[in-house]
Design a protein around this ligand. Structure first.
Ligand SMILES: Cc1cc2nc3c(=O)[nH]c(=O)nc-3n(C[C@H](O)[C@H](O)[C@H](O)COP(=O)(O)OP(=O)(O)OC[C@H]3O[C@@H](n4cnc5c(N)ncnc54)[C@H](O)[C@@H]3O)c2cc1C
Length: 495
């Protein structure tokens, strides 16, 4: 008896776990709701609600193939052991998951159980992330060989025995009314709409808080739940790239295709170094910042008195999504201006994102906090970002309606307006310029000395992308090993 353990690969198309089961072998397709996972500080009710919707569609697709989805609630090892005893399970198949430290530890327990019970557990790749990667030099080549390969068709039939399911619980009670809807149909419709209409202005509009919501693909929660594979998206994009002639389309599709590669690139970091979730990538940044519940609370609720930051945080709380630029800015403001430790703020953002993907999230959280020792330190000025990204003020006014009486010219700095005292809106909790300057001095103070540089070099060697001048990932060996890993040592400020 086989068990196909669905985790974050909730689809029957392009799913190597399904085709790993020999034809005619009896198989239990299984999803386990793990209460301990859903109680973690980085998971949330909105993520579960999205997944529950995906499971409905998956259940229908599996039933059509002949093996209805079996759902259980509890500890995976106990569930597996129960199925082994009652149904004689001998083989377990799942995708290779690069999750948070909790799922990493859980997978180790499952592996120990499988070894102990003589159950053969096979894990199959489902993205461009390479397990047990020997070094970054060949990574891009290996990733592309996997991603630009034919999509795997689902088997024609699965032999499903009669195994009782348990009803799935409602999950944690922190819903998000405006979040995206889960399910394969939604993923396909988003992909199609993006590649044929919405995506044309992707490159120029992706950073706008208003236009970005439609110009971006919005596929991230689907990639996180696995209702669509990266290969499906990359192959469909490549087909469209061959078709379009318009320059704007070409540029946008190229940008999108590279972001799909970035996804694998960032998740690969966590795969190679799971402690990225809890430890600064460069140890020199340990102990630099702390927590301040009052500041953090103001930031989380969108009540910092910095209009554009508050608008972004409130928009995130209401919709479960922000574009990349806005995510970077709110994270950078928390880490630099508010000087909060990323381990205090990162879990809140993770919970608020319907698309929480640990590999991207923790790598980006550290990158935007300047704790990697290898990336450009970017201290965004939230006032300037407000002017640049929301020039008409429509986004800021929508999410911070208290600013209705403020004239446009003062919208991003209402404290300078003569009527500020009468506004039902707090004064800024920090002085933007002074806080940025202080943060710069503190961060710069750490980035000196031979010990700092030699550890930074090791981080760069292990995690940095190998890119060509166009920013494409390259295979160093194919270039004679001459190109060095990208090392952005500069600091960048928009003070
Ligand atoms: C602090 C911070 C935390 C983040 N946390 C997450 C997270 O938990 N989950 C998540 O999916 N993305 C995360 N991102 C990356 C990025 O912001 C989102 O992937 C993107 O906004 C999702 O919207 P989209 O699907 O419309 O993206 P699109 O712009 O349409 O991009 C398509 C896909 O490419 C990938 N991608 C895009 N940008 C990046 C990037 N910078 N790095 C890696 N992959 C990328 C994503 O899988 C995305 O779905 C984070 C960024 C920052 C700065």
């Amino acid at each position: 008896m086989y068990v196909i353990w669905f985790k974050r690969d909730l689809r029957v198309e392009d799913n190597a776990a399904l085709t790993a089961v020999p034809k005619g072998a009896p198989v239990i397709p299984l999803y386990v709701y793990e209460p301990d996972y859903w109680a973690l500080p980085d998971t949330s009710g909105q993520q579960w609600a999205f997944i529950a919707e995906c499971l409905n569609g998956l259940g229908r697709d599996l039933a059509r193939l002949g093996a209805p989805l079996v759902t259980r609630v509890g500890d995976v090892v106990e569930v597996m052991e129960d199925l082994r005893r009652t149904h004689g399970v001998t083989h377990l198949v799942s995708h290779e998951e690069t999750g948070n430290l909790w799922t990493f530890a859980r997978d180790r327990r499952v592996a120990a159980w499988a070894r102990g019970q003589g159950v053969n557990w096979r894990e199959v790749p489902s993205s461009g992330v390479v397990r047990r990667l020997s070094g970054r030099d060949d990574w891009a080549k290996q990733r592309d060989a996997r991603i630009f390969a034919p999509v795997i068709d689902p088997p024609e039939h699965l032999q499903g025995p009669d195994v009782p399911s348990e009803p799935l619980p409602a999950g944690p009670a922190d819903p998000c009314a405006g979040r995206q809807t889960g399910g394969r149909d939604q993923a396909l419709s988003l992909l199609d709409g993006f590649l044929t209409e919405r995506g044309r202005t992707y490159r120029s509009a992706m950073s706008s808080p208003v236009e970005g919501a439609t110009a971006c693909s919005r596929l991230s929660p689907h990639f996180a739940a696995g209702t669509l594979s990266i290969r499906e998206a990359a192959m469909a994009t490549a087909a469209r790239q061959r078709e379009v002639t318009d320059k704007t389309w070409k540029a946008s599709l190229k940008s999108f295709q590279s972001r799909l590669a970035w996804r694998d690139h960032f998740i690969q970091k966590l795969e190679d170094e799971p402690r990225i979730e809890t430890r600064c990538l460069h140890s020199a940044y340990e102990g630099l910042r702390g927590d301040d519940a009052e500041r953090r609370g103001a930031w989380e609720r969108g009540e910092t008195g910095l209009p554009f930051v508050d608008a972004c945080m409130r928009s995130l709380n209401a919709t479960g999504w922000l574009n990349f630029r806005m995510r970077s800015m709110v994270m950078a403001v928390a880490s630099y201006h508010l000087w909060l430790d990323w381990r205090a703020t990162g879990p809140h953002l993770a919970r608020m994102f319907t698309d929480y993907e640990p590999g991207i999230h923790w790598s980006q959280v550290q990158m935007q906090s300047g704790t990697t020792g290898m990336n450009t330190v970017r201290i965004y000025n939230p006032v300037k970002q407000g002017h640049d990204q929301d020039p008409t003020g429509v986004f800021t006014r929508r999410w911070v309606p208290e600013l209705a009486p403020v004239p446009d010219v003062y919208l991003q700095e209402p404290w300078l307006w003569e009527g500020a005292q009468s506004l039902p809106y707090p004064p800024p909790i920090i002085d933007v310029k002074a806080a940025a300057q202080e943060a710069r001095a503190r961060i710069w103070g750490v980035r000196t000395g031979n010990a700092f540089r030699s550890e930074a070099a090791a981080v760069i060697h292990k995690h940095a992308s190998r890119k060509d001048r166009q920013g494409r990932f390259v295979n160093d060996r194919a270039r004679g090993g001459r190109r060095k890993p990208k090392d952005d040592k500069q600091m960048s400020f928009d003070l």
